[in-house]
Design a binder for this molecule. Structure first.
Ligand SMILES: Cc1cc2nc3c(=O)[nH]c(=O)nc-3n(C[C@H](O)[C@H](O)[C@H](O)COP(=O)(O)O)c2cc1C
Length: 186
């Protein structure tokens, strides 16, 4: 299966390296697109090594210095994906997805995804952020889209020390949700 993984800038970024590892071991192809904020948490080299593929960071990064083979690689990646997983999904990127904003590589690829491609969205954030009315409105809109499956957030002790809702779903739960879409692919 060809899995597009969108990583946005939350503290749970490091956990997603384990997800990539599991997917690759299960013989899935994984391509990772990161927001600039995500690279503050985990370097792209980690995801490049684990996915055995260049990470997309910047849609304008063409030419000899970049990894890009085509100036519209963001569209190529969106067409390539059989399933798209956003983990961790920040409040910010979630809001952009719900409002059709495409101002970085992740949000641009996401907006270009064909509607038939299943999306597994795994939000993770501080409890107050999750309960914010604007975030809840955005989540409700996304969850109502037929191609979207929301996984988490879960109740746990969060990185900020609070105990509450907002944790990234555990990797096995995300893997189960991916399997549950019924996409098999080669
Ligand atoms: C240490 C630290 C941890 C953060 N963790 C989260 C988080 O778990 N979830 C979240 O939505 N934002 C978190 N943020 C805030 C985001 O990084 C910030 O909103 C950023 O603009 C998100 O950009 P992106 O969605 O483009 O990646 C955190 C910020 C810092 C400094």
């Amino acid at each position: 299966m060809r899995v597009l993984l969108g990583v946005s800038g939350g503290i749970a970024c490091y956990k997603v390296a384990g997800l990539v590892s599991q997917l690759v071991k299960a013989n899935h192809e994984v391509r990772v697109v990161m927001t600039p904020a995500a690279t503050q948490f985990v370097g792209p080299v980690t995801f490049e090594a684990m996915s055995q593929h260049p990470v997309m960071l910047d849609i304008f990064d063409t030419g000899l210095g970049g990894h890009h083979l085509s100036p519209v690689e963001h569209i190529d990646w969106a067409k390539w994906a059989q399933i798209a997983v956003a983990a961790p999904l920040t409040a910010c990127t979630l809001g952009k997805m719900a409002n059709g904003i495409a101002d970085n590589a992740l949000t641009t690829v996401w907006l270009a995804l064909p509607p038939a491609v299943p999306q597994i969205l795994c939000p993770a954030m501080n409890t107050q952020m999750w309960e914010n009315a604007a975030v809840q409105r955005n989540v409700a809109w996304l969850a109502a889209q037929p191609q979207v499956t929301l996984v988490g957030p879960i109740f746990k002790r969060l990185a900020d020390g609070d105990v509450g809702i907002g944790g990234l779903a555990e990797v096995p739960e995300i893997v189960t949700a991916i399997a549950g879409t019924g996409v098999t692919g080669e």
